[in-house]
Write a protein that binds this ligand. Structure first.
Ligand SMILES: [Mg+2]
Length: 310
């Protein structure tokens, strides 16, 4: 087996679990190439020869891994997502077992699933058109504001940094979002406008029900809460009803489609899979890239071919 491992040493708590995983994965006769990302590297360039390998292990946080998966879109490459970040939401959404030995076995077995990726485009402060891939949730408004505020504490506090930031920033501005989903326009007032490839967050809370990585659709979600107090309602609704099927999400406005365009009434921050982009934006376009990536899955994943869809 030929294996390429790309590791971001700055992800999460700087854990070296990836090296333990490498030892479990590699056996006699195998070839392994390990590339460590430098501070400015996105991981895309390091995948230039990814087709040479039987499996490419992408090790980092959600932002890094999404960048690398986008670089692999529609290429003849099998990727294995390895959880080295703070939240590792993509890993949780793929649903593989958390034991490195089980993941190494899954790489050997080579069972894969074809999953969707999101692609998001926006105009930056200088009017330059930018495009990036995402695998979870991107959005503009309060969510991006929170992530920007949490950034200095992420390395030391982990996920708690987001909650600390939420309590430090209880006042949020409400803006107008003009949303177009597959050509249908609607107008909303809210604090955030999110677009999700899959919408299961920390603690297995599904922002919207039945959102999957292989349904060929994006979910557009406007958070219509006006204050942090009001935001607590959907969070608690999430804790009580994780799937979102029973009591719904009272302050969310939710639409599903393959192409989504958002325009906001004033400039707000934008985050892509938890990475906040520089400056402010007044809108974005997002589209789904159907079945763009081939990813290793094990028997515990809801995307395993023998698993009936939830
Ligand atoms: Mg989806």
């Amino acid at each position: 087996m030929r294996v390429l491992i790309i590791h971001n040493p700055k992800s999460g708590f700087g854990s070296d679990a990836i090296f333990e995983f490498e030892r479990m994965l590699i056996g006699p006769g195998d070839e392994c190439c390990l590339r460590i990302l430098g501070p400015e590297a996105s991981g895309a360039d390091e995948l230039f020869d990814a087709e040479r390998y039987d499996v490419c292990v992408l090790s980092g946080g959600d932002g890094t891994v999404s960048n690398m998966l986008y670089a692999l879109a529609y290429r003849d490459v099998t990727a294995c997502v390895f959880p080295s970040g703070t939240a590792n939401l993509l890993y949780s959404n793929i649903g593989n077992a958390f034991e490195p030995a089980a993941l190494a076995r899954a790489c050997r077995t080579g069972t894969t699933a074809l999953l969707d990726l999101g692609e998001i485009s926006w105009q930056d402060d200088k009017g330059i058109e930018r495009t990036r891939g995402f695998s979870l949730i991107s959005g503009m408004g309060y969510d991006a504001q929170l992530m920007r505020a949490a950034l200095p504490n992420k390395q030391s506090m982990g996920q708690a940094a987001y909650f600390a930031a939420a309590f430090a920033h209880p006042h949020v501005s409400v803006v107008d979002f003009h949303l177009t989903v597959d050509g249908k326009r609607s107008d909303h007032q809210g604090i955030s406008c999110l677009v999700a490839d899959t919408a299961t967050m920390q603690g297995d809370i599904a922002l919207v029900p039945d959102c999957r990585l292989d349904d060929g659709l994006l979910d557009a979600i406007v958070l219509e809460a006006e204050r942090f107090g009001a935001l607590a309602r959907p969070i608690f609704a999430g804790l009580l009803d994780k799937s979102g099927r029973r009591i719904g999400r009272p302050t969310f406005s939710h639409k599903r489609g393959a192409e989504i365009e958002v325009v906001s009434s004033e400039p707000v921050p934008l985050e892509i899979d938890g990475d906040v982009v520089e400056g402010l934006v007044t809108g974005y376009r997002a589209r789904i890239l159907k079945q763009a990536i081939r990813v290793i899955v094990d028997g515990t994943s809801p995307y395993h071919p023998n698993e009936a869809p939830a």
